[in-house]
Write a protein that binds this ligand. Structure first.
Ligand code: GDP
Ligand code: IMO
Ligand code: MG
Length: 427
């Protein structure tokens, strides 16, 4: 079976936990897009890991972990992540990196900061990892790919062609320019260290599909951060939708069998941009503290709001979500003013989709329904039937307004703190 995990909101929905959980049945775990802007937290027993570039299957020696062609990879940071994992005893793993993935270079990181500064009050609030400038170079056909990085001659050639262009861009933004020899000498060493992992991952995936392996595509970011369908321009620079998986992995669309949408029981967002259900009050602060809603990558306080089913329905339509995994459900225990947004009001009209323009989206007012709170601890519950009636009502309201079954309910960060209603990942 080939299963895609997608974030159905603005990222940080708990994709890492679900990927790790479902990954226990996976032969292959694939990251298809984005880079170290992602921060996927996994709790195994008492051990907490925060993965950024490396897929969440890395803890299981039997799993083939793939960084596919649609990713942008910072070799220095990826190696640091592997070193950190090895220092914590994770040294028996299988890793495969696409020779077609793009390389995040130091000038991308500088330009990310430079453009954010230039935008001033209109900044995106990026993670400043160089993601946007790296994808921009890919589209502009001046990117450096992993296959080039690991070949000294190719690397010399592409860097010779690219660096003068990037230095002009750096100078234009008033940033220091970079020396060819400094970058070349540093990055060719990273290429040497990474070369043992590099291959044609599209071919590898094709062979795994032929063998009928269980393949899990670990999403990164969320649908509302999609470059095409998200709250543009307050988005990332790639598409985190299920539709992007085939092109970002070099497999045919017909091989995707099932899509699980990961949905936080409320909504969070890091970075700037519209957020209709945002709570600017004590309740927002309470949820932030309870859910430890501080960014894994940048440690910024996440913006917090009520669950927005317009957003989830939009993600459903864009990605074809078959099942929902409802995450951080325990965080809502004891919250008396429970509300769920089911539509927006825009200029006096009720709408149920996301307007394309920022101006219109910023004007949308949420239309809520009220729900009853539950007060007993749900974190030890493992069977749906044992949940308090009000908690079941919350879940059934989501099912009613989205028409998607909530097949997984997460009641704590640890792997085992999970209620399974349906086995979504079968051979
Ligand atoms: P991702 O980017 O989608 O993988 O999500 P993050 O790891 O950035 O953020 C999710 C956070 O919620 C992490 O700190 C997880 O450990 C935590 N988490 C995941 N599921 C649950 C849950 O059911 N309950 C609680 N309390 N925390 C959870
Ligand atoms: P995971 O995989 C939450 C956000 C940034 C910013 C915008 C653009 O952990 O869910 P970028 O650095 O990508 O150019 O930033 O996108 N962003 C995320 N927000 N979770 C993520 O990943 C994110 N990846 C990018 O905060 O608003
Ligand atoms: Mg995250």
């Amino acid at each position: 079976m080939r299963l895609v995990v997608v974030g159905s909101q603005w990222g940080d929905e708990g994709k890492g936990k679900v990927t790790d959980f479902l990954g226990q049945k996976a032969d292959v775990v694939v990251r298809s897009q984005g880079g170290n802007n992602a921060g996927h937290t996994i709790l195994i027993g008492e051990e907490k890991f925060a993965l950024q570039t490396i897929p969440s299957g890395i803890f299981n020696p039997h799993i083939k972990n793939v960084l596919a062609n649609g990713m942008v990879i910072n070799p220095k940071e990826a190696l640091k992540e592997l070193d950190n994992l090895e220092a914590r005893g994770i040294n028996n793993y299988q890793l495969f990196i696409s020779n077609r993935a793009h390389v995040i270079m130091p000038y991308h990181i500088m330009l990310d900061g430079g453009y954010e500064a230039l935008k001033g009050a209109n900044k995106i609030g990026t993670t400043k990892k160089g993601i946007g400038p790296c994808y921009a170079d890919k589209v502009n056909r001046i990117g450096i790919r992993v296959g080039d990085l690991i070949n000294e001659e190719s690397f010399k050639e592409v860097l010779t062609n690219t660096l003068p262009i990037k230095n002009k861009e750096l100078a234009m933004l008033g940033l220091p320019t970079l020396e060819f020899s400094d970058i070349y000498n540093e990055y060719k060493e990273y290429g040497k260290r990474l070369s043992k992992y590099v291959c044609d991952t599209s071919y590898l995936l094709y062979e795994e599909i032929e063998k009928n392996s269980n393949i899990l595509f670990e999403g990164a970011q969320g649908s509302m951060l999609c470059l095409d369908h998200g709250s543009y321009p307050y988005v990332t620079s790639s598409s985190p939708t299920a539709a992007s998986v085939p092109v970002n992995c070099g497999i045919a669309p017909k091989f995707i069998d099932h899509c699980v949408g990961i949905c936080k029981a409320y909504t969070t967002r890091v970075g700037e941009g519209p957020f209709p259900t945002e709570l600017h009050n004590e309740l927002g602060d309470l949820i932030r503290e309870r859910g430890h809603e501080y960014g894994t990558v940048t440690h910024r306080a996440r913006r917090v709001g009520y669950l927005d089913l317009v957003v989830v329905n939009y993600a459903k339509r864009i990605s074809g979500i078959d099942s929902l995994a409802l995450m951080l459900f325990d965080v809502l225990t004891g919250i008396d003013e429970l509300k769920v947004c089911i539509a927006y009001e825009l200029d006096g009209k009720e709408i149920k989709t996301i307007p394309a323009t920022l101006n219109e989206y910023a004007k949308c007012k949420p239309i809520y329904i009220d729900l009853k709170a539950w007060h007993s601890d749900i974190s030890k519950i493992r069977k749906y039937e044992d949940l308090p009636i009000e908690a079941k009502d919350y879940i059934e309201t989501i099912e009613k307004y989205t028409n998607i079954p909530v097949d997984i309910i997460s009641v704590g960060p640890e792997r085992t703190e999970t209620i399974i209603r349906k086995d979504v990942f079968k051979k």
